[in-house]
Design a binder for this molecule. Structure first.
Ligand SMILES: Nc1ncnc2c1ncn2[C@@H]1O[C@H](COP(=O)(O)OP(=O)(O)OP(=O)(O)O)[C@@H](O)[C@H]1O
Ligand SMILES: [Mg+2]
Length: 386
């Protein structure tokens, strides 16, 4: 993805919304611009990185200011209020609008590494689901949600959807910033929609991405509203008959230090799990899996794993701009050339070679920086002490 282009487009859209005094949309686009800028910052170094971080913060502050204006007049808000009076219908529109559920076809086996996370999933999610009756007999409530934190691209979203795939559940991802800007002041409806959508499946995984926005540290105007979402949702979930519905709550953040400690108090996210960069074994596994349906020649996965320290899962095996995609592209180009030369008739696809990976290694650089990891380590130490 071209983050800078996305950033500029988001900024332009924010301006259009601003001309309309549509504060929710202004905030929404500004938060998007902030997100794109943070991603750029993650790929940059030194001064460029610092200024990108500042730019992202500036976007967020402007987004916060726009949010504060929601509900204080403005043409669009009046329109919104009128629609809301239609009650049920509005809910339907809203549901289509933002509660999207999918049925992921990936399994935990597709996730490389993450030993700790997988253990917790097994004991907190898979077993309680399989043996709901036994748990109920002992009066034990199923787990109260797992919050993952770690650098971008380490597979947090991926593992969340793999869990849904593993237990044959619907996957309902929620982007907090989106919801916040859209639903400011309408928490009840937000909760209701989410719960109804989750309950309409026998099993579902509700996944809060950018979970730091749920429990922001500074007690800003929106924090009290958002901080209610998770406890209320958990209350609703715990009131369900486990034989009829099972809802798993997951969250992820790559900026846990922005979060209030309250996030992991009892009745909220019960477990906090660090999802770090893949170790060499996980890297080899990921590369090998990414290449499994592709013709290859003499690839040394172990050697590639050794050379990809600091690469995130997304850097290695993501759908775009990843090492494996880049290596495949090199072989693909050779094949296309061969097809063009041959004119007609079948041409065997060129296998991906170590040379193709050499080329890819030059182009795709690791996105996880040592100083980022240090920040996570610090947070981890502090949290474990507390
Ligand atoms: N541990 C992993 N095992 C297998 N694939 C992975 C893993 N980590 C990342 N990937 C690949 O990288 C892609 C991007 O990872 P994902 O979006 O899940 O990262 P993330 O931790 O959610 O990042 P962010 O913090 O930016 O949201 C995945 O779709 C998957 O293809
Ligand atoms: Mg993610």
């Amino acid at each position: 993805m071209d983050y800078d282009r996305e950033r500029r487009m988001a900024e332009a859209r924010a301006k259009v919304a601003l001309a309309d005094s549509d504060w929710k949309m202004v905030a929404y686009h500004l938060f998007n611009a902030a997100r794109m800028t943070s991603r750029m910052a993650h790929q940059a170094e030194g001064r460029t990185r610092d200024s990108l971080v500042r730019l992202a913060q500036a976007y967020e502050q402007r987004g916060d200011r726009a949010l504060a204006k929601v509900g204080k007049g403005g043409a669009k808000d009046e329109g919104r209020a009128k629609v809301s009076q239609n009650g049920r219908q509005d809910t339907d529109v809203a549901q289509q609008d933002w509660v999207v559920s999918t049925r992921p076809d990936i399994r935990l086996d597709d996730v490389a590494g993450m030993g700790e996370m997988k253990d917790i999933i097994q004991s907190h999610i898979v077993l309680p689901m399989k043996h709901a009756d036994v748990y109920a007999q002992y009066g034990i409530q199923p787990g109260s949600g797992v919050l993952m934190y770690g650098p971008p691209g380490t597979g947090k979203t991926f593992v969340a959807s793999a869990i849904a795939g593993e237990v044959d559940a619907a996957f309902i991802p929620v982007e907090m910033k989106k919801v916040l800007s859209k639903w400011f002041g309408e928490t009840e409806q937000l909760l209701g929609d989410l719960f109804e959508a989750a309950k309409s499946h026998p099993r579902s995984v509700v996944f809060f991405d950018e979970a730091e926005a749920l429990f922001p540290k500074r007690g800003g105007s929106n924090s009290s509203v958002m901080a209610r979402v998770v406890p209320q949702l958990l209350q609703l979930i715990n009131g369900l008959d486990p034989n009829q519905n099972c809802i798993i709550l997951l969250g992820a953040t790559n900026r846990p230090w922005l979060m209030d400690e309250a996030a992991t108090r009892p009745g909220r996210f019960g477990r906090l799990v660090f999802v770090g960069p893949p170790d060499p074994e996980a890297r080899a596994y990921m590369i090998e899996r990414a290449m499994r349906d592709t013709p290859v020649a003499d690839l040394d996965y172990q050697a590639l794993a050794e050379r990809t320290q600091g690469y995130s899962g997304a850097d290695l095996a993501g759908d775009r701009d990843s090492l494996c995609v880049e290596a495949k592209m090199a072989a693909l180009k050779r094949t296309v050339d061969a097809v063009e030369r041959a004119g007609e008739g079948d041409v065997e696809p060129e296998p991906v070679t170590m040379d193709d990976f050499e080329h890819a290694l030059e182009r795709i650089r690791p996105s996880i920086k040592a100083e980022d990891l240090q920040k996570f380590e610090q947070f981890r130490e502090q949290h474990d002490k507390a």
